[in-house]
Ligand binder design. Sequence first.
Ligand SMILES: [Zn+2]
Length: 303
Amino acid sequence: MEQTIVAIHAHPDDIEFLAAGTLAGISRGGGRVILASMTAGDCGTVSQDPNEISQIRVREAANSAALVGARYYCLGFKDMAIFSDDASRRRITEFLRAVRPTIVVTSSPEDYMADHEATAVLVRDACFAAALPNYETRHQTPATPLPEIPALYFMDPIGGVDRNQKPVIPDFIVDIEESFDLKIAMLMEHKSQKEWLRVRHGIENYVSIMQKWTRERGALAGIRIGEGFRQYRGHPYPLDERFQDLVRKHIHIPLALRHSGDDVLRPASDAPAQPAMTPGEEPQPVAGEPISLTEDTSAPTRS
Ligand SMILES: [Zn+2]
C-alpha cells in the first residue's frame, strides 16, 4: 500500500529541526510527503508586524518543502493561540480528510511550549475524528471522511525533554546521514529566524544548534546523527509499523531501550503511554472561518 505522510507541527520551522531529515529521505525516494504548520509564525519577530512576518515565514516554509518535492500548507492558527476546541478540531479534521494521510507525524504531547503540546492533542483527536462518517467539519465543500484512522507518530520534544527536564526517549531513531545536507538546506530557508533567534533566544547560529541537537539524538542510539520518533499506541489507532517500514534500513533503537543483543523495535508495552497527539498561499484564515486548504504553488520548484 502506498503511504501518504502528513507532518504537522506548530510553527514554520519546527519540522526542519525535528524530522526533516527523515521526511526528506522518504520524499526523495519517491514517497508522498506533505508538510504543514499550524501557524504562520506571526510572533517570531521583534521588528515586523504579524501580517508581514507571516507572509515571509509561509514563503520560507514553502521554499523549504519545495527543496524535497513536498507540498506545504499553513493551517491558519495564530502563535500562542492553538487550543483543543471544537472549531480547531474540525479544522484539522477537514485538512486531514483533504490530504488523506495514511501516516501522520506530529509534535510531542510533552514539550516546553504550549503550541507544541496543543498541536499534538488536536492532531491526535482529529486523526480519530477524520474517520468518523457522521463527524461534520462544517466546511463549505467538505472532503470525504477517511476510510480509517491514520497511524500516528510523535516527533521529539524540543531539547528531548518534558517541562520537568525529564528525558523523553523515542521508540526509534532514524539515521539521517544520507539526507542531512537536505535538512540543513531546508532549515536555512527560514532566513527570517536567524535574527529572531539571535535577539530573543541568544542563539547565534540556529543551524549549528540543529546540528548539535541531531548529533545528540543520534548518540542515543550510538550513531552519528539521527531523528527520534514515537508511535502512538492508544486504541483504536493502527499499531502496524508502516512508518518504520518506510525507513527500516535506517532505524536504530535507543541504547536505553535495547534488550541484550537485540535490535528489534520495542513492543508497545514498553513505550511510555502518551496522552495525545496534530497549506500556504493564504497565511492565516481567522480561527472559525472555513479553512483554506490552498496549496502553495508559487514556491520555486527545485530539483
Ligand atoms: Zn515551534
